[in-house]
Design a protein around this ligand. Structure first.
Ligand code: ATP
Ligand code: MG
Length: 227
């Protein structure tokens, strides 16, 4: 079995709202291996986004440890976490969040520009758009693209910096089954060609056949379904 890229050990997270404390993640143990597509299912409110936010270091657990590439993250300083987020993790969301006044190519290139990585920006962005099958649409604006095409631009944007790990929150949630399939097929291709690890959370059962490993989040606990 390949090396682990993400490992959670006894991770707990609660939210306090006024007097109420809600224990959302309960003793989560989870391991994702390099190069796999992992899928986490769970009903609305089961804690999926909360879990993804802990893994992507947008938020910190109350207890437990998260290892990324074998390195413990819990005691890292904010500066190190910022570096980790910029270099290591790409994100794709349900709503594509593309900038309407920029073309597909420019939306992808913006990810490079914002990180100060400006070398061959346009060429690298076009190459990434080609990998998601949009080489002929690179100069279109988001409003001139279908939902599935916009989500593929968002995938190209998440991957153009070649992060080893991409986190996806309901990436097909806003698409019909046909366009959703196009997006996941692009994702599978990126996984195979770039060896990117994907951790996807979703309600969508049609993602199952693309996943190497399926987990279920139930009442704040992980149930390993397949692997
Ligand atoms: N910042 C917060 N403050 C207080 N409660 C929160 C916060 N974030 C999430 N919660 C609560 O934690 C629970 C899990 O939320 P989360 O967003 O992780 O669910 P989810 O599984 O992603 O749901 P969905 O499928 O609807 O997106 C919910 O009951 C939510 O109200
Ligand atoms: Mg969510």
């Amino acid at each position: 079995m390949s090396e682990s890229i993400v490992k959670l050990v006894n991770v707990n997270k609660s939210f306090k709202t006024g007097e109420q404390v809600q224990h959302v993640l309960k003793d989560i143990n989870l391991e994702i291996h390099k190069g796999e597509i992992a899928l986490i299912y769970g009903p609305s409110g089961s804690g999926k986004t909360t879990l993804l936010n802990q893994i992507g270091a947008l938020d910190k657990p109350d207890s437990g440890e998260i290892y990324i590439n074998g390195e413990p993250m819990m005691h890292k300083k904010e500066k190190e976490l910022t570096k980790f987020r910029a270099k290591f993790v790409g994100w794709v969301f349900q709503f594509y969040n593309l900038i309407p006044s920029l073309t597909a190519m420019e939306n992808v290139a913006l990810a490079l520009e914002l990180s100060g990585d400006r070398k061959d920006m346009e060429q690298r962005s076009r190459e990434m758009l080609k990998l998601v099958g949009l080489e002929d649409h690179a100069d279109k604006f988001p409003s001139q693209l279908s939902g599935g095409q916009q989500q593929r631009v968002a995938l190209a944007r998440a991957l153009v910096k070649r992060p080893p790990l991409v986190l996806g929150d309901e990436i097909t949630g806003n698409l019909d089954s046909k366009t959703g399939k196009e997006v996941v097929e692009s994702l599978k291709k990126l996984n195979e060609e770039l060896n990117t690890t994907f951790l996807l959370i979703s309600h969508d059962p049609s993602l199952e056949k693309y996943a190497d490993h399926i987990f279920e989040l139930k009442d704040g606990r992980i149930v390993d379904k397949e692997g």
